[in-house]
Ligand binder design. Structure first.
Ligand code: SAM
Length: 242
């Protein structure tokens, strides 16, 4: 449960270096030591990242989307966030294996998975305007009306997505549940920070095809000849202060 979740106090205290070791810039830094210790030459190693995470796959499940996007966006750091411990571990092992199989070209160094409840702690991980893409692929539908508050799209959560996204960034949604699709469209369209992309814009975006074909849920829906409903939303510029 949530009390076992580890999450950073703020984005500044999040240590991404263990997740993306190929993007760590190691620096020898002199510690701000008290004067009597200076002569002992105390140093400490601080790790700073050469890039920031820009793409989040929320409720990433078994990681199919991350793995498919990794070679398509080699210079971008992507993170999958998943609440189930064993599923998170599975994705971490999967990424480790892919990295080991591709040691010379550095493939799959740009993806990682961490355990998180994104309904609670998203702004602990990301600064304002940090993300350029958020994926919400086949979120749990929570069919019953009294369970709708557990849906990962809501007015409140959309404000958190708006906060961590940069203007021009895109939220991608896909589901096989028509009612949930309509719910997501309604909530994003009603939110002042988002506008829906046209179908032409959606078709032109390679990521839409990837989330249809490469997510584990997307593959399952294809096998069952089910429908897939997609909708994308652009993060708008904030209006000027009055
Ligand atoms: N996105 C994947 C796909 O398309 O194949 C998995 C979809 S699966 C139906 C939904 C996933 O969201 C599950 O793996 C579930 O554990 C995860 N999830 C549900 N609530 C979550 C939360 N609050 N934070 C992070 N992950 C969550």
């Amino acid at each position: 449960s949530d009390h076992l979740l580890v999450y950073p106090e703020s984005p500044a205290s999040m240590d991404w270096s263990e997740y993306y070791p190929a993007f760590v810039q190691s620096q020898q830094a002199s510690a701000a030591a008290p004067s009597e210790e200076l002569s002992s030459g105390v140093t400490s190693t601080t790790n700073s990242m050469t890039k920031r995470v820009e793409v989040a796959d929320i409720g990433c499940g078994f990681g199919g989307l991350l793995v498919a996007l990794a070679p398509r966006m080699p210079d971008t750091l992507l993170v999958g966030m998943e609440i189930r411990t064993q599923v998170t571990q599975f994705v971490q092992d999967r990424i480790k294996a892919l990295r080991n199989q591709n040691p010379e070209n550095g493939e799959y160094q740009n993806i990682a998975c961490l355990r998180a409840n994104t309904m609670k702690f998203l702004p602990n991980f990301f600064d304002k305007s940090q993300l350029s893409k958020i994926f919400l692929c086949f979120p749990d539908p929570h069919f019953k009306a009294r369970k709708h508050k557990a849906r990962i799209v809501s007015t409140t959560l959309n404000s958190e997505y708006a906060y961590v996204m940069r203007p021009g960034g895109i939220v991608y949604t896909i589901t096989d549940v028509e009612d949930l699709h309509n719910w997501m469209v309604r909530h994003f369209e009603a939110h002042p920070s988002f506008e829906r992309l046209s179908k032409e814009e959606e078709t032109a975006d390679e990521c839409v095809q990837v989330m249809q074909d490469e997510t584990e849920e997307g593959k399952k829906v294809t096998r069952n000849n089910g429908n897939k409903y997609t909708a994308c939303f652009r993060r708008l510029e904030d209006p000027p202060w009055p």
